[in-house]
Design a binder for this molecule. Sequence first.
Ligand code: AOF
Ligand code: ZN
Length: 313
Amino acid sequence: MRQCIELAKRGEGAVSPNPLVGCIVLDAAGNKISEGRHEKYGGNHAECNALQGVEAQGGTLIVNLEPCSHHGKTPPCTDLIIEKGIKRVVIGMRDPNPLVNGVKQLREAGIEVIEGVLEHECRRLNEVFVVNKTENRIFVAIKTAATLDGKTATANGSSKWITSESARAEVRNIRKRYDAIMTTSATVLADDPEMEHKTKIILDRNSRLSGNEKIFQQGAHLVRGEGGITLLNELYELGIMSVLIEAGGRFNGEMLESTDKIYHFIAPKITGDNSAKSCFDFRKITDINDSLNFQIDSVKHFGPDILLEYYPK
Ligand code: AOF
Ligand code: ZN
């Protein structure tokens, strides 16, 4: 299943709004004979790519998502699995798509189905797809980078370089997982950032940008409206399934309660500037019992820096 997850990840940036799926096939003796993955939106499903041209009679199919049983852009994978004589199917998680009922179909065809293998990891892998299908809304993430004392800005504007090159390389990987990235006029004016992404949304609520800033030379959409939840809903209607916010503490604070996930880089530095912005400029909470609470999912090292990935509790 770990191999399936790694295979699936290779589809990041190419399969949205569909899920990331990787599949492995073992022969009757338990030896791996093939693999396949969902490579791009509208293309073959992972199971179909893995089963194409292989003799899999009596074999085992391992896949991170329940095989589909419906006619979409492609025919049902369950039909192909049954036709190929697979005896056992191992899945990571059920498909949240209500059209899919693959486990039932496979069992009715006499195939043994083992469910829930590395389920937590599989759900994380397709967290965007799960939110889209179960809540019918966009998945919202925030990326921030701060010092040990939680500051994102410095008095002379050198804060673009809080984290190391290796952390910034990871930011480029994270961006690939999102359909769009979003920032604000405040960040564009302060940092004049270059952010590589196919869909960049710049929120300029007070019409402070001219449209000549560096970010527009690489193609970006300027939004002058209200922003907030309305904008998020509009993006979803346009087919944007996920957005990564890369802005300052103020906008992060505004969006915090609509956020599904936070990527928080910390550089081992202290500026001690009391007037500098915190990475989350949230409404002031005086009693610790009233704080917003999160669950840290992972801690990773990038050069001298760390990345915390966490979710609202
Ligand atoms: C994928 N790739 O590897 C698997 C998917 O319109 P279709 O035929 O592409 O079907 C999309 C649905 O199929 C998707 O929402 C999900 O429920 C299911 N499984 N989809 O694109 C795959 N296994
Ligand atoms: Zn399928």
